[in-house]
Design a protein around this ligand. Structure first.
Ligand code: ADP
Ligand code: MG
Length: 469
């Protein structure tokens, strides 16, 4: 029969190893700030944070006009969209395309030819009112949510693939040039005018909203919690020794941290995390991301359940075969089980049965599964909260102002499926931020969902950097 003592031992160990008390988070925040400074000091200055110069030094003004396109590549799907600015009530037109596994793990040119083909398909459906003027091309904001070394607003080299992509031959190449060339091969009259990542797009959309609301709130940070995770923020150019160009008139530059690369011996990692990392496409890398992003949370939970099956025979005398299948349990399953409000935990029972092939579970067992989900999600959410506080500290917005200077509220713009669709995760993350900042300071930090930066935000930045205006 099941060995509940052993199960309780495994669970107790998990609780202890995943614990994230405030003093631990404070030490992580300090580590993070040091790494941020090191990454800003010189190229490669931090082994953790790339602190990428985005070449975006101003955010949208709200005066953008015309039709612009965006291509959002950064996860399991890519999207193409057209946005018309300056026309009230016009809604963006979208098309979502999934990326076949063989393309994600395939060859460089195949990937870009595939994308160019889908873009061509999209514009072939447009009527003539959207055709560009003679001598002009359609302008595209390219959201490329992988670490790149940007060299201007419309060029940048891939540093490395993340999030399950392992396309051969792209690392070190200019992804804008690759896409422009593929579009030319297709005879498509489109050109990339802005290369951004989803965090920068999110910042753009949120800034536009804040400027329209006119409440003086300052959008300084954006964080994506989706398949992967990253953050960007508005840094003072004087705090970026590695910037060698002219000083932008705004005095600022948006920095994409690539915060998923953070790693520290202080991070609360377990044997499950280590095993997951070891079989990932990028072992030893993106350690922070592997603790908290949507691509991984489900599989961490699966690994805990597998150990409970193997060592405590919790799901019967033999190990349910589905528990051995990597990634069979997704983060949406985790959030669904964690947030099951029915008294008999029906959703938990349904997912255990439908997804893992574990039928007829007792309420006691379902409760234990919920607790596993809760421990893994809470650790993730609190680490994300610590990451936000790290940025707030770096830009001096982690304390109250006693010098009488204007105290605008700081907006942290959030996006990504994990944040959007997992209310308990959001609540834990915000609670951690309040705990670390104190309630008085936290009142001036607004953590807000800001949707579709990777789409509309990219089109906005393409408009802001139009070659024809
Ligand atoms: P991407 O990061 O690929 O651009 P999204 O921002 O939409 O895309 O995030 C998708 C991720 O969000 C998925 O990988 C999944 O892990 C997570 N997610 C989606 N739905 C939920 C949900 N209901 N609960 C928790 N996480 C979810
Ligand atoms: Mg995304």
């Amino acid at each position: 029969g099941s060995d509940w003592d052993k199960a309780e031992f495994v669970l107790e160990e998990l609780r202890r190893q995943c614990d994230t008390p405030a003093d631990l988070l404070y030490r992580l925040v300090e580590d993070m700030v040091e790494e941020m400074k090191a990454g800003l000091a010189k190229e490669g200055g931090s082994k953790d944070y790339k602190m990428i110069l985005t070449y975006v030094d101003k955010l949208p003004s709200g005066k953008e006009r015309g039709h612009f396109y965006a291509l959002d590549l950064g996860g399991t799907n890519f999207r193409v969209l057209r946005v018309s600015f300056g026309q009230d009530g016009s809604t963006p037109v979208f098309q979502e395309v999934s990326i076949p596994q063989e393309i994600m793990l395939g060859q460089h040119e195949e990937l870009f030819d595939y994308i160019a083909g889908k873009l061509a398909e999209f514009v072939s459906k447009e009527d003539s009112s959207y055709h560009p003027r003679p001598g002009c091309k359609r302008e595209l904001g390219f959201t490329f949510s992988f670490p790149i070394k940007q060299t201007s607003i419309d060029s940048g080299e891939l540093i490395k693939w993340t999030k399950g992509f392992a396309v051969e031959g792209t690392a070190g190449k200019d992804v804008v040039q690759a896409l422009n060339e593929a579009m030319e091969r297709r005879g498509l009259d489109m050109v990339v005018t802005a290369l951004v990542n989803d965090t920068v797009g999110t910042l753009a959309v949120a800034s536009l909203a804040a400027s329209k609301a006119d409440a003086g709130d300052e959008v300084m940070i954006s964080v994506i919690l989706g398949t992967g995770t990253n953050a960007c923020y508005v840094e003072s150019i004087d705090a970026i020794p590695k910037w060698k160009g002219p000083k932008p008139s705004s005095g600022n530059m948006i920095i994409s941290m690539e915060w998923g690369g953070f790693s520290s011996s202080l991070l609360p990692r377990t044997q499950y995390d280590e095993a997951l990392d070891a079989v990932s496409v990028n072992p030893g890398e993106q350690i922070f991301e592997k603790l908290l992003s949507g691509m991984y949370l489900g599989d961490i939970v699966r690994r805990v359940l597998l150990r409970l099956a193997e060592e405590a025979a919790l799901f019967g005398p033999s190990v349910p075969p589905n528990l051995l299948i990597p990634c069979i349990l997704g983060t949406p399953h985790v959030s669904c089980m964690h947030q099951d409000k029915s008294s008999d935990l029906q959703e938990v029972g349904r997912i255990l049965s439908n997804v893992l092939g574990i039928h007829e579970t007792s309420l006691e067992l379902r409760k234990l599964v919920v607790e596993v989900c809760s421990i893994i999600a809470k650790r993730a959410a609190r680490l994300a909260g610590a990451g936000i506080v790290g940025i707030l500290r770096k830009i001096g917005r982690d304390r109250s102002k006693h010098d009488g200077s204007s105290s605008h509220r700081t907006v942290v713009a959030m996006d990504g499926g994990l944040y959007e669709h997992y209310p308990l995760f959001r609540a834990e993350m915000k609670a951690a931020v309040v705990e670390l900042l104190g309630s008085e300071v936290a009142e001036n930090v607004l953590i807000e969902l800001s949707k579709d930066g990777s789409g509309i935000g990219a089109a906005l930045l393409a408009a802001a950097h139009s070659k024809y205006s």
